[in-house]
Design a protein around this ligand. Structure first.
Ligand SMILES: [Fe+2]
Length: 252
């Protein structure tokens, strides 16, 4: 069965709608979201509604958690965005039922999910919500070994916004390097599925990954979306720092 793996939407509705349209076009029957639906971006409510409607399974991300509880370890720009996001979700407006539905959904998100030999997290197998696994961690063998030890076969994750595959022999393969298709083998692998709403690998196009559990084939999908429109919305909201719009155009 094919599963579309999306992550790190960060309140970017233009990117999310573009990705969901592509998933429908590719006729992928199932969508898993690996967290960070909100934070940074201008449309947290709309993105939550879309995820509630479209995703078959969703994991809690660190920004989702920060919106619910006391934020920890956030820089001032991210922190201000957390408080603004929280205000947006608290403004029930005319539809209190929908506002409660969003809070309930966020409050019930699990930190990880496993299915046969597959693990799904936001950050890492070791610290599901908060640990970053960066490409340069291939040079930190004890760290990667400890993480691999917690994985049965494949672990799908997000959080860094940098798509690619960590192989068991301590290599990191970017989508570019494998021509957007990667055949997973019998060895363990960690797969970063990329970011829908705030890519940071210097490619501003939205990213998600399709995994076929019958062939163990991965496909990284990159899609242009109207990031000018998202940036324009960010610039018009005082509490969202302009750099959050600028970075969308640069993919960093
Ligand atoms: Fe994120």
């Amino acid at each position: 069965m094919k599963t579309a793996l999306i992550s790190d939407i960060h309140g970017n509705l233009e990117a999310l709608q573009t990705v969901l349209a592509d998933i429908r076009e590719q006729q992928v029957p199932r969508i898993f979201c690996l967290g960070d639906i909100v934070g940074y971006g201008p449309n947290p409510r709309e993105c939550l509604d879309e995820v509630i409607r479209s995703c078959d399974f969703t994991i809690l991300g660190n920004h989702d958690e920060a919106t619910l509880f006391d934020p920890d370890g956030f820089n001032p720009v991210a922190l201000q965005a957390v408080y603004w996001t929280r205000d947006q979700l608290e403004q029930a407006g005319s539809n209190a039922t929908q506002a409660n539905k969003r809070w309930d959904f966020l409050g019930e998100l699990p930190r990880q999910h496993s299915e046969d030999n597959l693990l799904f997290v936001h950050g890492s197998a070791r610290e599901p919500t908060n640990e970053y696994v960066f490409p340069e961690d291939v040079y930190k063998r004890p760290k990667l070994e400890a993480i691999f030890n917690r994985v049965t076969q494949y672990c799908f994750q997000g959080h860094t916004h940098i798509p690619g595959v960590f192989t068991h022999d301590f290599d990191f393969i970017t989508p570019d390097e494998c021509d957007y298709e990667f055949q997973l083998g019998s060895e363990k692998a960690l797969v970063n599925v990329g970011s829908v709403g705030q890519p940071r690998d210097e490619d501003p196009r939205s990213c998600y990954t399709i995994f076929d559990s019958e062939t163990n084939q991965l496909q990284f999908r990159r899609l242009s979306y109207a990031y000018d429109e998202t940036a324009r919305k960010i610039y018009s909201i005082e509490q969202l720092h302009d750099s959050l719009g600028d970075r969308l155009k640069a993919g960093r």
